[in-house]
Ligand binder design. Structure first.
Ligand code: HMG
Ligand code: MG
Length: 312
């Protein structure tokens, strides 16, 4: 190890570059009880861009009563207008959300479905099929406007109420999201229960069903400390899009036992060690997470942030 980075030892069969889909400002902050001022969110996103992240999920155009933390989307999104060369996707559940996103010039959106009925109900007040019906016109209209559409699929590896989730069930909803016209699919381990063999099996089954690995990203929460192992399994399968949250912020207010996402710093540490490019400046990113943790009033759960900032 030198200069706060691991020694790079490349491994055959892994991608040479990974696109990190940074979700700290959305998935991370949506779970904070105290409302973070809009100016602070804007500064956070500017700092993430300055640290080299090129896809930064900015906010959600959902019902403000459902996620009060992101009720300032109309104020926040325009405050990011000076960031260039960075994709700023936003979550959109329905037509009303798409109207709001389009009015502000969003060029990337994400719809968010569930593999399980109980989470679909808790998160969207819909059954799985009703949610897909709600997304259909959103995806069609977005595509007509040449807006890039990500389809999130939650509870791919387990559900806090339903327990195990059959892989067939996950594949069915994943396929439906792709058939609606989503450009990419993000496999959500919303409560962090996945393990590497499970990840490999789901990716293989998706391929068999006609969903190409090139269209798939992985979205691991780190509840049981498995997020990095699961990520490595996905990379070995050929996945090149990995979701992560600066400092390990996160959770989901509608899923009990969901903790923070895979920390971006932990991911960048591993990828750097594997000789995989990310374009991220790890010291700058760590400084941003330390800065944000100070503002949120508690230390970052990321092991890498703690180690690099000498907090343990
Ligand atoms: P609903 O109560 O069924 O809404 O909620 P509705 O369609 O019946 O409409 C009721 C009222 O809400 C109407 O107003 C609508 O106009 C308004 P009224 O006519 O009564 O005056 N409304 C809206 N207002 C503003 N923006 C909108 C909007 N939509 C309706 N977009 C709804 C349905 C989908 C809106 C609600 O359930 C919702 O907002 N859910 C969002 C939940 C959420 O954001 N969850 C967190 C993100 S998912 C996640 O974190 C998982 C992920 O990270 C992956 C993983 O880890 O697995 C992505
Ligand atoms: Mg999530």
């Amino acid at each position: 190890m030198t200069d706060g980075l691991p020694m790079a030892v490349a491994e055959q069969g892994l991608p040479s570059r990974i696109r990190i889909h940074e979700v700290g400002a959305r998935d991370g902050l949506q779970n904070e009880k105290t409302v973070v001022p809009t100016a602070l969110k804007a500064e956070f996103i500017h700092r993430l861009a300055d640290a080299g992240l090129t896809t930064i999920e900015a906010t959600s155009f959902v019902h403000p009563k459902w996620v009060p933390q992101l009720a300032d989307a109309e104020e926040l999104f325009p405050a990011l207008g000076d960031i260039s060369g960075v994709a700023l996707p936003v979550l959109v559940p329905n037509d009303r959300g798409l109207d709001r996103a389009i009015a502000l010039g969003a060029r990337r959106i994400a719809v968010f479905g569930s593999a399980t009925e109980l989470f679909a109900k808790a998160n969207l007040n819909r059954t799985v099929d009703e949610s897909l019906a709600m997304f259909a016109p959103v995806v069609a209209r977005a595509r007509a406007e040449e807006i890039h559409v990500r389809g999130y699929l939650s509870m791919c590896f387990g559900d806090p109420w339903e327990g195990s989730v059959p892989i067939d069930q996950v594949v069915r909803v994943a396929k439906s999201l792709m058939d609606l016209g989503c450009d990419e699919l993000s496999l959500g381990d919303t409560i962090g229960v996945a393990t590497p063999g499970h990840v490999r099996s789901l990716l293989a089954r998706l391929n068999e069903a006609g969903v190409p690995t090139a269209a798939v990203g992985v979205h691991f929460h780190d509840t049981y400390g498995q997020a990095l192992s699961n990520t490595l399994a996905a990379l070995q399968h050929g996945v090149t899009t990995v979701d992560a949250s600066a400092g390990g912020l996160g959770g989901c207010p509608f899923a009990k036992s969901a903790t923070g996402n895979l920390a971006t710093e932990d991911l960048v540490w591993m990828l750097t060690g594997l000789g995989i490019e990310t374009g991220v400046d790890l010291p700058k990113l760590t400084a941003t997470s330390v800065w944000m943790a100070e503002r949120l009033g508690r230390p970052s759960p990321s092991r890498t942030v703690r180690a690099l900032s000498h907090q343990e």
